[in-house]
Design a protein around this ligand. Structure first.
Ligand code: ADP
Ligand code: MG
Length: 452
Protein backbone atom coordinates (compact mmCIF):
# COMPACT_ATOMS: atom_id res chain seq x y z
CA UNK A 1 0.00 0.00 0.00
CA UNK A 2 1.23 3.48 -0.69
CA UNK A 3 1.23 6.17 1.99
CA UNK A 4 -2.12 7.58 1.04
CA UNK A 5 -3.89 4.22 0.88
CA UNK A 6 -2.40 3.02 4.13
CA UNK A 7 -3.42 6.14 5.99
CA UNK A 8 -6.95 6.22 4.60
CA UNK A 9 -7.43 2.61 5.64
CA UNK A 10 -5.98 3.32 9.07
CA UNK A 11 -8.26 6.31 9.54
CA UNK A 12 -11.22 4.13 8.70
CA UNK A 13 -10.21 1.78 11.52
CA UNK A 14 -9.60 4.62 13.94
CA UNK A 15 -12.83 6.37 13.18
CA UNK A 16 -14.85 3.70 14.89
CA UNK A 17 -12.63 3.72 17.96
CA UNK A 18 -12.82 7.39 18.88
CA UNK A 19 -15.69 9.82 19.21
CA UNK A 20 -16.63 11.79 16.17
CA UNK A 21 -15.63 15.12 17.69
CA UNK A 22 -12.26 13.75 18.70
CA UNK A 23 -11.74 12.19 15.36
CA UNK A 24 -12.35 15.46 13.56
CA UNK A 25 -10.34 17.46 16.04
CA UNK A 26 -7.25 15.33 16.10
CA UNK A 27 -7.09 13.47 12.83
CA UNK A 28 -8.02 16.21 10.42
CA UNK A 29 -5.15 17.25 8.18
CA UNK A 30 -2.97 14.30 9.08
CA UNK A 31 -1.13 12.21 6.52
CA UNK A 32 1.70 9.76 6.14
CA UNK A 33 4.73 11.36 4.56
CA UNK A 34 7.16 8.45 4.70
CA UNK A 35 7.53 4.77 5.55
CA UNK A 36 10.94 3.33 6.06
CA UNK A 37 12.24 0.25 7.88
CA UNK A 38 9.03 -0.17 9.78
CA UNK A 39 8.90 3.49 10.77
CA UNK A 40 5.86 5.47 9.68
CA UNK A 41 6.24 9.24 9.65
CA UNK A 42 2.97 10.99 10.30
CA UNK A 43 2.39 14.61 9.38
CA UNK A 44 0.25 16.50 11.87
CA UNK A 45 -0.95 20.08 11.56
CA UNK A 46 0.25 21.52 14.86
CA UNK A 47 1.86 20.87 18.20
CA UNK A 48 -1.44 20.30 19.98
CA UNK A 49 -2.35 17.54 17.59
CA UNK A 50 1.13 16.08 17.89
CA UNK A 51 1.01 15.91 21.63
CA UNK A 52 -2.51 14.60 21.72
CA UNK A 53 -1.87 11.88 19.18
CA UNK A 54 1.37 10.85 20.86
CA UNK A 55 -0.07 10.74 24.33
CA UNK A 56 -3.58 9.54 23.81
CA UNK A 57 -3.85 7.75 20.53
CA UNK A 58 -0.42 6.36 19.83
CA UNK A 59 -1.37 2.82 20.81
CA UNK A 60 -4.52 2.87 18.70
CA UNK A 61 -2.71 4.32 15.72
CA UNK A 62 0.08 1.80 15.91
CA UNK A 63 -2.32 -1.10 16.31
CA UNK A 64 -4.46 0.00 13.38
CA UNK A 65 -1.42 0.50 11.17
CA UNK A 66 -0.06 -2.92 12.09
CA UNK A 67 -3.30 -4.66 11.37
CA UNK A 68 -3.04 -3.33 7.84
CA UNK A 69 0.70 -3.44 7.38
CA UNK A 70 2.38 -5.87 9.81
CA UNK A 71 5.89 -4.60 9.11
CA UNK A 72 5.13 -1.30 10.82
CA UNK A 73 7.04 -1.07 14.09
CA UNK A 74 6.68 2.50 15.19
CA UNK A 75 5.21 5.88 14.38
CA UNK A 76 6.87 9.24 14.44
CA UNK A 77 4.85 12.45 14.52
CA UNK A 78 6.11 15.54 12.85
CA UNK A 79 4.49 18.91 12.55
CA UNK A 80 3.83 19.62 8.95
CA UNK A 81 5.10 22.90 7.60
CA UNK A 82 2.70 22.67 4.73
CA UNK A 83 -0.52 22.90 6.62
CA UNK A 84 0.89 25.25 9.23
CA UNK A 85 3.37 27.66 7.68
CA UNK A 86 2.94 30.07 10.58
CA UNK A 87 4.30 27.64 13.05
CA UNK A 88 7.56 27.28 11.20
CA UNK A 89 7.88 31.00 10.96
CA UNK A 90 7.35 31.37 14.67
CA UNK A 91 9.94 28.80 15.42
CA UNK A 92 12.38 30.84 13.50
CA UNK A 93 11.52 34.25 14.87
CA UNK A 94 11.46 32.80 18.32
CA UNK A 95 15.18 32.29 18.12
CA UNK A 96 15.91 35.55 16.42
CA UNK A 97 13.66 37.92 18.34
CA UNK A 98 11.83 37.20 21.57
CA UNK A 99 8.15 36.87 20.92
CA UNK A 100 7.05 39.55 23.38
CA UNK A 101 9.17 42.20 21.80
CA UNK A 102 7.33 41.73 18.57
CA UNK A 103 3.99 41.84 20.29
CA UNK A 104 4.81 44.92 22.28
CA UNK A 105 5.96 46.68 19.18
CA UNK A 106 2.66 45.93 17.56
CA UNK A 107 0.76 47.26 20.54
CA UNK A 108 2.26 50.64 19.86
CA UNK A 109 1.06 50.75 16.32
CA UNK A 110 -1.91 52.85 17.34
CA UNK A 111 -3.29 54.65 14.34
CA UNK A 112 -2.70 58.38 14.76
CA UNK A 113 -5.79 59.49 12.93
CA UNK A 114 -8.31 57.13 14.49
CA UNK A 115 -6.52 56.30 17.73
CA UNK A 116 -7.44 52.67 17.08
CA UNK A 117 -5.30 49.70 18.01
CA UNK A 118 -5.10 47.50 14.89
CA UNK A 119 -4.83 44.40 17.10
CA UNK A 120 -8.46 44.66 18.13
CA UNK A 121 -10.41 43.26 15.21
CA UNK A 122 -13.41 41.01 14.72
CA UNK A 123 -11.03 38.40 13.40
CA UNK A 124 -9.27 38.10 16.72
CA UNK A 125 -12.50 38.25 18.72
CA UNK A 126 -13.84 34.92 19.93
CA UNK A 127 -17.62 34.70 20.03
CA UNK A 128 -19.47 32.61 22.59
CA UNK A 129 -22.86 32.63 24.28
CA UNK A 130 -21.64 35.24 26.78
CA UNK A 131 -20.95 37.91 24.16
CA UNK A 132 -22.79 36.89 21.03
CA UNK A 133 -25.49 39.54 21.19
CA UNK A 134 -23.00 42.33 21.75
CA UNK A 135 -20.90 40.91 18.94
CA UNK A 136 -23.85 40.72 16.55
CA UNK A 137 -24.88 44.31 17.29
CA UNK A 138 -21.30 45.52 16.88
CA UNK A 139 -20.97 43.73 13.57
CA UNK A 140 -24.24 45.16 12.30
CA UNK A 141 -23.11 48.65 13.23
CA UNK A 142 -19.81 48.21 11.38
CA UNK A 143 -21.59 47.14 8.23
CA UNK A 144 -24.09 49.94 8.41
CA UNK A 145 -22.76 52.78 10.55
CA UNK A 146 -25.29 55.40 11.56
CA UNK A 147 -28.15 53.25 10.38
CA UNK A 148 -28.42 49.96 12.18
CA UNK A 149 -28.25 50.75 15.88
CA UNK A 150 -27.53 54.27 16.98
CA UNK A 151 -26.16 54.72 19.52
CA UNK A 152 -24.77 51.32 20.37
CA UNK A 153 -24.20 50.90 24.07
CA UNK A 154 -22.19 47.93 25.30
CA UNK A 155 -21.73 47.31 28.99
CA UNK A 156 -20.02 44.68 31.12
CA UNK A 157 -17.43 44.06 33.82
CA UNK A 158 -13.71 44.64 33.66
CA UNK A 159 -11.64 42.66 31.18
CA UNK A 160 -14.55 41.08 29.33
CA UNK A 161 -13.83 42.53 25.90
CA UNK A 162 -15.65 45.87 25.69
CA UNK A 163 -12.67 47.82 24.43
CA UNK A 164 -11.77 45.04 22.03
CA UNK A 165 -15.26 45.00 20.56
CA UNK A 166 -15.53 48.79 20.33
CA UNK A 167 -12.22 49.06 18.56
CA UNK A 168 -13.18 46.20 16.25
CA UNK A 169 -16.15 48.30 15.15
CA UNK A 170 -13.84 51.20 14.34
CA UNK A 171 -11.31 49.02 12.53
CA UNK A 172 -14.02 47.30 10.52
CA UNK A 173 -15.64 50.57 9.45
CA UNK A 174 -12.25 51.79 8.28
CA UNK A 175 -11.61 48.54 6.49
CA UNK A 176 -14.86 48.73 4.56
CA UNK A 177 -14.60 52.42 3.76
CA UNK A 178 -11.28 54.06 4.50
CA UNK A 179 -12.70 57.49 3.72
CA UNK A 180 -14.96 57.51 6.77
CA UNK A 181 -13.61 59.43 9.73
CA UNK A 182 -13.52 57.29 12.82
CA UNK A 183 -12.32 58.27 16.28
CA UNK A 184 -11.87 56.04 19.29
CA UNK A 185 -11.30 57.74 22.61
CA UNK A 186 -11.53 56.86 26.27
CA UNK A 187 -13.93 59.01 28.22
CA UNK A 188 -11.13 59.99 30.52
CA UNK A 189 -9.07 61.38 27.67
CA UNK A 190 -12.13 63.00 26.17
CA UNK A 191 -12.71 64.79 29.45
CA UNK A 192 -9.09 65.92 29.69
CA UNK A 193 -9.16 67.26 26.15
CA UNK A 194 -12.31 69.14 26.90
CA UNK A 195 -10.88 70.66 30.06
CA UNK A 196 -7.75 71.83 28.35
CA UNK A 197 -9.76 73.25 25.47
CA UNK A 198 -11.72 75.29 27.99
CA UNK A 199 -8.51 76.52 29.59
CA UNK A 200 -7.09 77.50 26.22
CA UNK A 201 -10.24 79.09 24.92
CA UNK A 202 -10.50 76.50 22.19
CA UNK A 203 -13.86 74.96 22.89
CA UNK A 204 -15.26 75.76 19.48
CA UNK A 205 -12.31 74.02 17.89
CA UNK A 206 -12.90 71.06 20.18
CA UNK A 207 -16.55 70.84 19.22
CA UNK A 208 -15.84 71.21 15.54
CA UNK A 209 -13.35 68.42 15.70
CA UNK A 210 -15.70 66.00 17.37
CA UNK A 211 -18.63 66.87 15.16
CA UNK A 212 -16.61 66.03 12.10
CA UNK A 213 -16.44 62.31 12.77
CA UNK A 214 -18.55 59.74 10.95
CA UNK A 215 -18.16 57.40 13.88
CA UNK A 216 -17.27 58.37 17.41
CA UNK A 217 -16.39 55.63 19.86
CA UNK A 218 -16.37 56.60 23.49
CA UNK A 219 -15.00 53.98 25.87
CA UNK A 220 -15.86 53.71 29.57
CA UNK A 221 -18.48 56.40 29.50
CA UNK A 222 -19.25 55.87 33.18
CA UNK A 223 -16.21 58.05 33.73
CA UNK A 224 -18.08 61.23 32.80
CA UNK A 225 -20.71 60.61 35.46
CA UNK A 226 -20.73 63.42 38.00
CA UNK A 227 -18.76 65.74 35.72
CA UNK A 228 -21.34 68.37 34.88
CA UNK A 229 -19.46 70.42 32.29
CA UNK A 230 -18.23 67.37 30.42
CA UNK A 231 -21.69 65.89 30.27
CA UNK A 232 -23.11 69.09 28.92
CA UNK A 233 -20.58 69.45 26.11
CA UNK A 234 -20.84 65.84 25.38
CA UNK A 235 -24.60 66.03 25.14
CA UNK A 236 -24.37 68.69 22.42
CA UNK A 237 -21.70 66.86 20.49
CA UNK A 238 -23.70 63.68 20.67
CA UNK A 239 -26.85 65.39 19.41
CA UNK A 240 -25.02 67.00 16.51
CA UNK A 241 -23.55 63.67 15.47
CA UNK A 242 -26.77 61.79 15.93
CA UNK A 243 -28.84 64.27 13.98
CA UNK A 244 -26.51 64.13 11.02
CA UNK A 245 -26.70 60.34 10.95
CA UNK A 246 -23.25 59.66 12.37
CA UNK A 247 -22.60 56.54 14.40
CA UNK A 248 -21.83 56.73 18.10
CA UNK A 249 -20.67 53.74 20.14
CA UNK A 250 -20.31 53.62 23.91
CA UNK A 251 -19.05 51.25 26.49
CA UNK A 252 -19.59 51.34 30.20
CA UNK A 253 -19.16 49.08 33.20
CA UNK A 254 -22.90 49.37 33.95
CA UNK A 255 -26.12 49.86 32.01
CA UNK A 256 -27.19 53.52 31.71
CA UNK A 257 -29.87 53.29 34.38
CA UNK A 258 -27.32 52.05 36.91
CA UNK A 259 -24.69 54.74 36.35
CA UNK A 260 -24.97 57.13 39.27
CA UNK A 261 -24.83 60.87 38.73
CA UNK A 262 -25.54 60.68 35.05
CA UNK A 263 -27.65 63.47 33.65
CA UNK A 264 -31.13 62.30 32.85
CA UNK A 265 -31.07 63.52 29.27
CA UNK A 266 -27.84 61.62 28.59
CA UNK A 267 -29.29 58.52 30.14
CA UNK A 268 -32.27 58.67 27.86
CA UNK A 269 -30.03 59.33 24.84
CA UNK A 270 -27.99 56.24 25.66
CA UNK A 271 -31.15 54.23 25.93
CA UNK A 272 -32.41 55.54 22.58
CA UNK A 273 -30.43 53.03 20.56
CA UNK A 274 -29.46 49.51 21.43
CA UNK A 275 -28.10 48.41 24.78
CA UNK A 276 -26.37 45.07 25.06
CA UNK A 277 -24.14 43.45 27.62
CA UNK A 278 -21.15 41.14 27.74
CA UNK A 279 -21.41 38.56 30.50
CA UNK A 280 -18.98 36.14 32.11
CA UNK A 281 -17.55 33.63 29.64
CA UNK A 282 -18.36 29.99 30.44
CA UNK A 283 -15.78 27.23 30.38
CA UNK A 284 -16.06 26.41 26.66
CA UNK A 285 -15.66 30.04 25.69
CA UNK A 286 -12.72 30.48 28.02
CA UNK A 287 -11.04 27.49 26.46
CA UNK A 288 -11.76 28.72 22.94
CA UNK A 289 -10.26 32.10 23.79
CA UNK A 290 -7.17 30.48 25.25
CA UNK A 291 -6.77 28.32 22.19
CA UNK A 292 -6.94 31.32 19.94
CA UNK A 293 -4.46 33.25 22.09
CA UNK A 294 -2.11 30.29 22.12
CA UNK A 295 -2.02 30.05 18.37
CA UNK A 296 1.53 30.25 17.20
CA UNK A 297 2.75 29.47 20.70
CA UNK A 298 2.20 25.73 20.53
CA UNK A 299 5.79 25.14 21.50
CA UNK A 300 5.15 26.52 24.93
CA UNK A 301 1.80 25.15 26.03
CA UNK A 302 -0.27 22.04 25.53
CA UNK A 303 -3.95 21.33 25.59
CA UNK A 304 -3.88 20.12 29.18
CA UNK A 305 -2.45 23.41 30.38
CA UNK A 306 -5.04 25.41 28.46
CA UNK A 307 -7.82 23.30 29.94
CA UNK A 308 -6.40 23.76 33.38
CA UNK A 309 -6.23 27.53 33.00
CA UNK A 310 -9.74 27.70 31.55
CA UNK A 311 -11.03 25.71 34.50
CA UNK A 312 -9.36 27.81 37.14
CA UNK A 313 -9.37 31.36 35.86
CA UNK A 314 -12.97 32.39 35.64
CA UNK A 315 -13.17 36.05 36.34
CA UNK A 316 -12.27 37.68 33.09
CA UNK A 317 -10.47 37.43 29.81
CA UNK A 318 -7.63 39.72 30.73
CA UNK A 319 -6.74 37.35 33.55
CA UNK A 320 -6.94 34.40 31.20
CA UNK A 321 -4.43 36.10 28.95
CA UNK A 322 -2.30 36.97 31.94
CA UNK A 323 -2.25 33.36 33.08
CA UNK A 324 -1.34 32.09 29.65
CA UNK A 325 1.45 34.62 29.32
CA UNK A 326 2.76 33.77 32.75
CA UNK A 327 2.95 30.10 31.83
CA UNK A 328 4.67 30.89 28.56
CA UNK A 329 7.16 33.14 30.31
CA UNK A 330 7.94 30.29 32.68
CA UNK A 331 8.48 27.85 29.81
CA UNK A 332 10.83 30.29 28.15
CA UNK A 333 12.77 30.65 31.35
CA UNK A 334 13.05 26.98 32.22
CA UNK A 335 12.98 25.58 28.70
CA UNK A 336 10.41 22.94 29.57
CA UNK A 337 6.64 22.58 29.71
CA UNK A 338 5.56 22.88 33.35
CA UNK A 339 3.86 20.07 35.23
CA UNK A 340 0.30 20.67 36.35
CA UNK A 341 1.59 21.34 39.86
CA UNK A 342 3.86 24.05 38.54
CA UNK A 343 1.04 25.56 36.51
CA UNK A 344 -1.03 25.66 39.67
CA UNK A 345 1.68 27.61 41.39
CA UNK A 346 1.88 30.10 38.57
CA UNK A 347 -1.88 30.58 38.66
CA UNK A 348 -1.86 31.06 42.39
CA UNK A 349 0.55 33.94 41.95
CA UNK A 350 -1.67 35.49 39.31
CA UNK A 351 -4.71 35.21 41.48
CA UNK A 352 -3.01 37.02 44.30
CA UNK A 353 -4.50 40.24 45.50
CA UNK A 354 -3.48 43.52 44.02
CA UNK A 355 -4.69 45.55 46.92
CA UNK A 356 -2.70 45.99 50.07
CA UNK A 357 -4.34 44.03 52.85
CA UNK A 358 -3.86 44.09 56.55
CA UNK A 359 -3.12 41.02 58.65
CA UNK A 360 -6.39 41.57 60.40
CA UNK A 361 -8.43 41.51 57.19
CA UNK A 362 -6.82 38.22 56.24
CA UNK A 363 -7.55 36.58 59.57
CA UNK A 364 -11.10 37.94 59.62
CA UNK A 365 -11.73 36.57 56.13
CA UNK A 366 -10.41 33.14 57.04
CA UNK A 367 -12.63 33.06 60.11
CA UNK A 368 -15.60 34.21 58.10
CA UNK A 369 -15.02 31.66 55.37
CA UNK A 370 -14.73 28.73 57.77
CA UNK A 371 -17.52 30.09 59.92
CA UNK A 372 -15.38 30.29 63.04
CA UNK A 373 -15.12 32.82 65.79
CA UNK A 374 -12.01 34.85 65.04
CA UNK A 375 -10.80 34.48 68.61
CA UNK A 376 -10.59 30.74 68.44
CA UNK A 377 -7.90 30.99 65.74
CA UNK A 378 -5.57 32.58 68.31
CA UNK A 379 -6.17 29.93 70.94
CA UNK A 380 -3.98 26.92 71.56
CA UNK A 381 -6.61 24.40 70.62
CA UNK A 382 -5.66 21.49 68.35
CA UNK A 383 -9.18 20.79 67.25
CA UNK A 384 -9.12 19.71 63.64
CA UNK A 385 -11.68 22.24 62.52
CA UNK A 386 -9.47 25.00 63.87
CA UNK A 387 -6.03 23.69 62.94
CA UNK A 388 -6.55 23.85 59.22
CA UNK A 389 -8.06 27.35 59.07
CA UNK A 390 -5.26 28.55 61.32
CA UNK A 391 -2.70 27.10 58.95
CA UNK A 392 -4.48 28.69 56.02
CA UNK A 393 -4.38 32.03 57.79
CA UNK A 394 -0.66 31.60 58.41
CA UNK A 395 -0.09 30.71 54.80
CA UNK A 396 -2.01 33.74 53.56
CA UNK A 397 -0.24 36.03 55.99
CA UNK A 398 3.01 34.87 54.52
CA UNK A 399 1.92 35.02 50.88
CA UNK A 400 -0.24 38.11 50.80
CA UNK A 401 0.94 40.12 53.75
CA UNK A 402 4.60 39.20 53.55
CA UNK A 403 4.69 38.53 57.26
CA UNK A 404 7.89 37.08 58.72
CA UNK A 405 7.61 33.63 60.25
CA UNK A 406 8.35 34.86 63.78
CA UNK A 407 5.69 37.55 63.36
CA UNK A 408 3.17 35.03 62.09
CA UNK A 409 3.98 32.63 64.91
CA UNK A 410 3.61 35.35 67.50
CA UNK A 411 0.32 36.53 66.00
CA UNK A 412 -1.27 33.21 66.82
CA UNK A 413 -0.98 32.96 70.55
CA UNK A 414 2.80 33.23 70.85
CA UNK A 415 3.68 30.22 68.78
CA UNK A 416 7.18 29.49 67.61
CA UNK A 417 8.32 30.51 64.12
CA UNK A 418 8.76 26.83 63.21
CA UNK A 419 5.01 26.38 63.60
CA UNK A 420 4.49 29.10 61.01
CA UNK A 421 7.00 27.54 58.63
CA UNK A 422 5.38 24.16 59.03
CA UNK A 423 1.93 25.61 58.34
CA UNK A 424 3.14 27.47 55.30
CA UNK A 425 4.80 24.41 53.84
CA UNK A 426 1.92 22.14 54.58
CA UNK A 427 -0.62 24.39 52.88
CA UNK A 428 1.68 25.02 49.91
CA UNK A 429 2.01 21.31 49.42
CA UNK A 430 -1.67 20.67 49.71
CA UNK A 431 -2.43 23.38 47.19
CA UNK A 432 -0.29 21.66 44.63
CA UNK A 433 -2.38 18.55 44.91
CA UNK A 434 -5.88 19.83 45.02
CA UNK A 435 -7.73 22.04 42.62
CA UNK A 436 -10.59 22.14 45.06
CA UNK A 437 -8.44 23.47 47.84
CA UNK A 438 -7.07 26.04 45.43
CA UNK A 439 -10.60 27.19 44.80
CA UNK A 440 -11.15 27.43 48.57
CA UNK A 441 -8.15 29.72 48.93
CA UNK A 442 -9.26 31.77 45.97
CA UNK A 443 -12.59 32.39 47.63
CA UNK A 444 -11.00 33.43 50.88
CA UNK A 445 -8.83 35.86 48.98
CA UNK A 446 -11.89 37.20 47.30
CA UNK A 447 -13.28 38.05 50.70
CA UNK A 448 -10.46 40.37 51.55
CA UNK A 449 -9.73 41.57 48.06
CA UNK A 450 -13.13 42.90 47.34
CA UNK A 451 -14.11 44.10 50.73
CA UNK A 452 -13.31 47.64 51.70
P1 ADP B 1 -12.66 45.56 28.84
O1 ADP B 1 -12.54 46.75 27.95
O2 ADP B 1 -14.05 45.01 28.90
O3 ADP B 1 -12.09 45.78 30.21
P2 ADP B 1 -10.79 44.41 26.98
O4 ADP B 1 -11.50 44.65 25.70
O5 ADP B 1 -9.66 45.31 27.29
O6 ADP B 1 -11.81 44.38 28.19
O7 ADP B 1 -10.32 42.89 26.98
C1 ADP B 1 -9.27 42.41 27.81
C2 ADP B 1 -8.38 41.50 27.02
O8 ADP B 1 -9.08 40.33 26.67
C3 ADP B 1 -7.89 42.11 25.72
O9 ADP B 1 -6.55 41.74 25.50
C4 ADP B 1 -8.78 41.51 24.67
O10 ADP B 1 -8.13 41.37 23.43
C5 ADP B 1 -9.11 40.15 25.25
N1 ADP B 1 -10.45 39.71 24.87
C6 ADP B 1 -11.61 40.09 25.41
N2 ADP B 1 -12.65 39.48 24.84
C7 ADP B 1 -12.14 38.68 23.89
C8 ADP B 1 -12.72 37.77 22.95
N3 ADP B 1 -14.05 37.55 22.90
N4 ADP B 1 -11.88 37.11 22.11
C9 ADP B 1 -10.56 37.31 22.19
N5 ADP B 1 -9.96 38.13 23.06
C10 ADP B 1 -10.73 38.82 23.91
MG1 MG C 1 -11.84 48.68 28.35
Amino acid sequence: MNNEELWQATLAELEVLVSKANFITWFQNTSITAQQNGMVVLNVPNAFAKEWLECKYHKFILKALRSLSPEVRNVEYIISSQTQPLLQKNKFTQVMIPHEEQLEFKEFLIDRETNLNPRYTFDSFVVGPFNELAHAAALAVSKNPGVAYNPLFIYGGVGLGKTHLLEAVGNEIKKINSKLKVRYISSERFTNELISSIQNNETSFFKEKYRSYDCLILDDVQFIAGKIKTQEEFFHIFNALYESGKQVVFSSDKPPHAIPELEERLRSRFAGGVITDIGQPEYESRLAILKSKAEGKENYVNMEILEFIALNIQKNIRELEGALNAVIAKVKMTGKIPSSGEVKEILMKIMQPRRIVTANQIIKSVAEFYDLDEKILYEKTRKKEVVKPRQVAMYLLREDFNGSYPYIGRSFGGRDHTTAIHAYEKISKELKNSVQFMEEIRRIRELYNYKT
